[in-house]
Design a protein around this ligand. Structure first.
Ligand code: 2HA
Ligand code: ZN
Length: 280
């Protein structure tokens, strides 16, 4: 997807890293979907040290930033993240300015910028929510790697007209397309409206991430997590599709829907366990 775009250090090698290519591709795709206007949305992706070392110098010296929310659980881990104030639209044109590869220090108090975030840029303003969610999802699933936040249009719209009870919200989404229950049998968490960018919303989101892979921020967007970019993007795509159908129906009289009995039959046929408390 990228051209031979030599970066400021004259280093073409970095840009060939598959994880940079993946970030370029997905941010471009999400911007095309209209979910990530202006500087909306952010992504963080846990990487293996050997993979990072293959493409960039990991021994320093590096720029160090202090975290206002120490994350000891992530000590020594590597991530590629989108930059604060950066536009998804611009990532593919200039990955070194808009993305950064970083390592959490051994005490979990700081991050070291190993590549990118050119010109003193900082990691995403939602780093607290990302890092706290990574810590929780790693407990739930050792294969976990990605946290993705986006302003998915129909999900946001639905938070104006649907009750914010997460069990009811989940049930409605399951009813909107037959595949939904199979894709997210664990359902969707919902936090109250909160000020973004804070450690408070980070903690509230991460608390939900103990047993949800997707958490809605009312009138703002969604946080989704997963083991691969395909799985993570596929999850948000499916939730957004269901929300779109809900909005297209738009409160008109529904003549038929998928009944709870049918949803249970579906779960049995696809060997998934619907979250307890959602279906009657
Ligand atoms: O990065 O989406 O929530 C901008 C945002 C903040
Ligand atoms: Zn946002």
């Amino acid at each position: 997807m990228l051209t031979e775009n030599v970066n400021a250090t004259g280093d073409v090698q970095c840009l060939h890293a598959p994880f940079i290519q993946e970030m370029c591709e997905i941010t471009h795709h999400m911007w095309m979907l209209g979910w990530d206007e202006l500087n909306g949305g952010n992504i963080s992706y846990r990487l293996d040290e050997e993979m990072v070392a293959r493409y960039m110098n990991i021994t320093g010296p590096h720029r160090t930033l202090k975290l206002s929310f120490p994350v000891r659980a992530l000590a020594g881990q590597y991530f590629i993240v989108t930059g604060s104030g950066k536009y998804f639209r611009n990532v593919v044109k200039d990955p070194e300015a808009t993305l950064g590869v970083l390592r959490v220090t051994a005490d979990g108090e700081n991050i070291e910028i190993l590549w990118g975030l050119r010109g003193g840029a900082k990691p995403t303003s939602e780093l607290a929510s990302h890092f706290m969610s990574h810590a929780e999802r790693q407990q739930a699933d050792p294969e976990h790697r990605i946290v993705l936040h986006t302003h998915a249009t129909h999900v946001i719209a639905m938070t104006f007209t649907h009750e914010l009870n997460e069990l009811k919200f989940t049930r409605t989404l399951w009813q909107m397309c037959t595949e939904c229950l199979v894709v997210f049998p664990d359902g969707i968490g919902v936090v109250p409206w909160m000020v973004p960018g804070s450690s408070d919303i980070g903690r509230a989101t991460a608390e939900k991430m103990k047993d949800y892979r997707a958490v809605i921020w009312p009138q703002h967007g969604i946080f989704v997590t997963g083991t691969t970019m395909d799985a993570t993007f596929g999850l948000v795509e499916t939730i957004e599709k269901a929300a779109k159908i809900y909005n297209v129906i738009g409160g008109r009289a529904v003549k038929q829907t998928i009944t709870d009995r049918e949803l249970l039959d579906l779960a049995a046929a696809f060997h998934v366990e619907p979250r307890a408390g959602v279906l009657d």
